[in-house]
Every structure is written in C-alpha cells, then in structure tokens.
Design a protein around this ligand. Structure first.
Ligand code: ZN
Length: 152
C-alpha cells in the first residue's frame, strides 16, 4: 500500500461520476442498440448547438450514460470518430462548485478547454479538461444548474 496524503477537506469536491460519454456515428442506430443492452430506452435526447453535438441519455441505476453524435462533419465528436472510432469518449464528474474546481485544477496544471463554465446537456454547467493534461482521458466537470452559483 502506498501512502496517500491525508486530505484537509472533510470531503472531495468531486461528488460522484456524473455520467460516461460514448461517441457514436448515429443515434438512430446506437439508441436501439443501447436500449437492448441496458434494458431501458433513453430518457432524453438533447441538442447542444454550442458543443456541436446531439446527446441521448440513459439511466443505469444511479448512473447515466450519454451517447454523443456530431451535428456537423468537422465537430469534435466527428474528429474523435475519425481518429478512434465509436466508443468511450469522456468521464464526467459532478462537482459542487464548478468555478472553484476549475480554479483549483488550473492551479494544479490541468489544461481547461474553456475559461468559463459552458451550458452542457441535461441541465449542467460543464467544463472539459484536455486529455493531454489528464492522463489521456477527456474529463468533464458538471455542476447541476439546480445548484447554480453562476447568477446573482
Ligand atoms: Zn458528457
């Protein structure tokens, strides 16, 4: 067992894995596949124009699976599919205060893909971390807008 430095905070600012993102060529084909696999249909389909994606969400117990299809041929999902094919795209962590987490992670040398939180799918404020700075994984931070600290 390696020694893990003790934390000063009483809890992690990462609350849980919010969802796993999976890149697909076509929601028309992937939704029936995942419905057969998971045994439930998607509970929502949502377009996020600013991110260039159409998303489809499935519930799996307390967890969520997000399918992502590109809205246009040169968007980030299209580029990912061209390079790596369909499959695991990102892991999203729920945080209490996305701005605080962004500030901490920036300070710790992680490369943020936006300076400000952006409106993501499924009522979330989101920010991505570049895989180059995060062990090869694309990381998404999510703060539910119900816990909104952006306004006011
Ligand atoms: Zn996501």
């Amino acid at each position: 067992m390696e020694n893990v430095p003790s934390r000063q905070e009483s809890h992690s600012e990462f609350l849980r894995v919010e969802h796993l993102g999976i890149a697909v060529h076509s929601l028309e084909e992937a939704e029936p596949l995942y419905t057969r696999l998971l045994g439930v249909p998607p509970y929502k389909r949502e377009t996020v124009e600013t991110e260039g994606v159409v998303t489809s969400f499935f519930r799996v117990g307390p967890n969520k699976i997000e399918l992502l299809q590109s809205l246009n041929p040169d968007g980030p999902i299209a580029k990912f599919l061209a390079q790596r094919g369909e499959g695991f795209h990102h892991v999203a962590y729920a945080v209490e205060d996305i701005r605080a987490s962004m500030a901490r992670l920036r300070e710790q040398g992680f490369q943020l893909l936006s300076e400000e939180p952006r409106q993501g799918a499924d009522d979330q404020w989101v920010c991505f971390l570049h895989p180059r700075s995060a062990g090869g994984m694309l990381i998404e931070l999510c703060q539910h807008r119900r816990h909104d600290k952006q306004s006011g």
